[in-house]
Design a binder for this molecule. Structure first.
Ligand code: PHE
Length: 450
């Protein structure tokens, strides 16, 4: 065993690991991105494709990625090198880890900007700005924020600073503790909001929009987006789960943990969707209004419900915390790599990588105002392009290669040892991971290129 493997940190319990992984998975992807891309892609049919992607692609890759991390016990490039050596495969597999680290940095560069919106809204909510707010007021509140690069810069910097400070302290003491109360609290607030939504006139229409599939609204690109989002929301394909897996003890069941992560993540997204679309339809708003959806709907609910000031502040506070626990996990693979591969002290690595990511984030800020007419891919702004490149290309590609490695290259004995499944379940899992997952990802890719 190498020195790095010996000094690798470990989660204190199986529950601590599951919570940290849920903390990574549940974030802006669930509360902000899922509702708005569902709105843009027509609702029910998109949700159905998304759920199928979680089950047939997301869950198997999640299991494979955590297992590979636990076996390799390093940062993603190191883990891949070790596993490739053990399996007699090409050395080049370490590049899969590099693809992941790059994707993580690119995602984080816009993630902190959006989390910054959450922070701005938290402060606004505490100051009572949302009291009695109507749909029009909420829309202009949001455009005012987008039109102010200085404010966006301020909050982007604050979130990045938070991320750097927490990650410097190491994974275990900081993340484990924070998450054990944050996630339950987020769940409680979501249930309260669901209760509020239930009594709004738009509730039935919201359910119909989300759960009655109309396949005529589905395009090739929507399927690609649904698949990309399955990777994004489960934090897979880029090494986060690999590095979290590296800290998992041999005693724990990776399969059980993965099922928990996938189920909780999906529930949070669906509840967020139900709540947001109830408010959308009650107030005659546009479901396809894009990235601002969450921020233009919830203030209306909080402005009108009893105790809205309290719940609004709590909700946006939790959005920030949920985003933070994901942000940390986005930077961890690279920080861990600097630490274990290049012996750079953790704090220094966190500042270095965080600083670089902060710089890239400036382009995302500009893409909402001064550079909103600059397009990179097709008609996509800088933010839109980075989001597309990472979620729809880099993560699925990373996940596809992970499925191929785990399914086809790693020895049967190693796979069986990591999974500890009975013969039948193992056979089913292998079949899905070796055939269904890679074929599905490839079909979606190829049909989009054509
Ligand atoms: N899963 C996180 C979310 O849904 C985002 C994320 C992606 C985090 C990839 C880590 C790695 O918000």
């Amino acid at each position: 065993m190498t020195k790095a493997a010996l000094s690798s940190p470990t989660w204190s319990t199986q529950t601590a690991f599951i919570l940290a992984a849920i903390g990574s998975a549940v974030g802006l992807g669930n509360l902000w991105k899922f509702p708005y891309i569902t709105g843009e892609n027509g609702g029910g049919a998109f949700v159905l494709v998304y759920l199928a992607c979680i089950l047939l692609i997301g869950l198997p890759v999640l299991i494979a990625e955590i297992s590979m991390g636990r076996r390799g016990r390093g940062s993603p490039p190191e883990t891949m090198s070790r596993l490739a050596k053990e399996s007699g495969a090409s050395k080049l597999w370490w590049l899969l880890g590099v693809n992941g680290m790059l994707a993580g940095i690119l995602i984080l560069s816009f993630y902190t900007v959006i989390a910054g919106w959450g922070m701005a809204y938290f402060v606004d909510s505490v100051s009572g700005d949302f009291i009695d707010m109507d749909a029009k007021g909420a829309a202009s509140h949001f455009s005012a924020l987008m039109g102010s690069p200085e404010t966006l810069l301020l909050w982007h910097s604050v979130v990045m600073l938070f991320t750097i400070v927490v990650i410097s302290k190491g994974v275990k003491s900081g993340i484990e503790k924070a998450i054990s109360f944050m996630m339950p609290a987020l769940f409680v607030v979501l249930i309260v909001l669901l209760g509020y939504a239930f009594f709004t006139p738009g509730f039935g229409q919201s359910l119909a929009f989300l759960f009655e599939p109309d396949f005529s609204k589905l395009t090739g690109e929507s399927v690609l987006i649904a698949m990309g989002h399955a990777f994004f929301t489960l934090s897979i394909g880029m090494g986060t789960m690999m590095v979290y897996g590296a800290y998992v003890s041999e005693k724990y069941s990776v399969v059980k943990a993965s099922i928990w992560i996938a189920v909780v993540d999906t529930l949070v997204a669906l509840i967020a969707g139900i709540v947001i679309f109830s408010i959308v339809f009650t107030n005659g708003l546009e479901p396809g209004s894009g990235p601002g959806l969450l921020f233009q709907t919830l203030p209306v609910a909080f402005g009108q419900m009893t105790g809205g000031w309290f719940f609004g502040s709590l909700f946006f506070g939790l959005v920030v915390l949920a985003a933070l626990s994901s942000a940390i996990s986005l930077i961890e693979p690279t920080v861990r790599w600097c630490e274990s591969r290049w012996s750079i002290p953790r704090t220094k690595a966190a500042w270095l990588i965080g600083g670089l990511t902060w710089l890239i984030g400036l382009a995302t800020i500009a893409s909402f105002n001064i550079a909103s007419n600059i397009h990179l891919f097709g008609d996509k702004t800088f933010f839109g392009s980075i989001d597309f490149l990472t979620a729809n290309i880099m993560l699925p590609l990373g996940g596809l290669l992970m499925a191929v490695f785990f399914g086809w290259i790693m020895s049967k004995e190693s796979v069986q040892k990591e999974l500890g499944l009975s013969v039948y379940w193992l056979r089913l899992f292998n079949w899905v991971l070796k055939f269904v997952t890679p074929v599905a990802v490839s079909i979606v890719f190829v049909s989009n290129i054509i």
